[in-house]
Design a protein around this ligand. Structure first.
Ligand code: IMP
Ligand code: MG
Length: 192
């Protein structure tokens, strides 16, 4: 991969497209409608988990016809040797006061469920009127904790995917579609 090559196209690094651009667009309209109906007549605080949810949140909120307030959090997982799993913590807190407000937390993908379990636990302690979650992708087969999202874009098989906000070593977030990386790019030594 040559990043200084003017012919560079991140799409060339994709092995197989799982969800194409048109399918994402169409599903976002439906998802937006589901959310509009669920919160009709109410105001919603939308909290995106960055970086992964940046693209999804940006497109999804433009399908919403309810009043919203937008904020985001950054989450990082720390290894704790005393625990069998990583404990994700919020490292950049929200500015909104969500007490008594309907909150929708948005992430790119639900995998083990550890991230959203921890994040919703933290927000629930802030006393929102309600707290729901929305993910673009749901990897159903890989859950290590019992967690389900309230709104789901697509259910996908247990494969590592990039694009439309999802990264590999912070790359490929700009891809308009979601797909798997070519096998020889899945562990390039210079990126580790
Ligand atoms: P969980 O805590 O295992 O549910 O992890 C969710 C987070 O893991 C997501 O927000 C992503 O940052 C990351 N993740 C999980 N699966 C993938 C994938 O297939 N591609 C890119 N990132 C992923
Ligand atoms: Mg990530």
């Amino acid at each position: 991969m040559q990043t200084n090559d003017s012919a560079y196209n991140p799409l060339d690094d994709i092995d197989r497209v799982l969800v194409d651009e048109a399918t994402i667009k169409a599903r976002l309209k439906e998802l937006g409608e589901e959310i509009n109906q669920a919160y009709e007549g109410r105001e919603l605080a939308v909290i995106g988990i960055i970086n992964g949810a940046i693209i999804f949140v940006a497109d999804l909120i433009r399908e919403l016809r309810i009043p919203i307030q937008l904020d985001s959090v950054r989450v990082q997982s720390y290894f704790d040797e005393s625990k069998p799993v990583q404990t994700p913590e919020i490292i950049d807190k929200i500015r909104l006061d969500i007490q008594g407000i309907d909150v929708l937390v948005i992430d790119d993908i639900l995998d083990s469920g550890v991230t959203l379990t921890r994040v919703t636990e933290i927000f629930r302690a802030m006393g929102p009127a309600s707290l729901k979650t929305c993910v673009l992708l749901d990897k159903k087969t890989t859950r290590s904790v019992d967690f389900e999202a309230d709104f789901v874009g697509f259910r996908i098989p247990d494969e590592f995917v990039v694009g439309y906000g999802l990264d590999f070593a912070e790359r490929y977030r700009q891809l308009p579609c979601i797909g798997t990386l070519r096998p020889e790019l899945q562990n390039p030594p210079e990126w580790s």
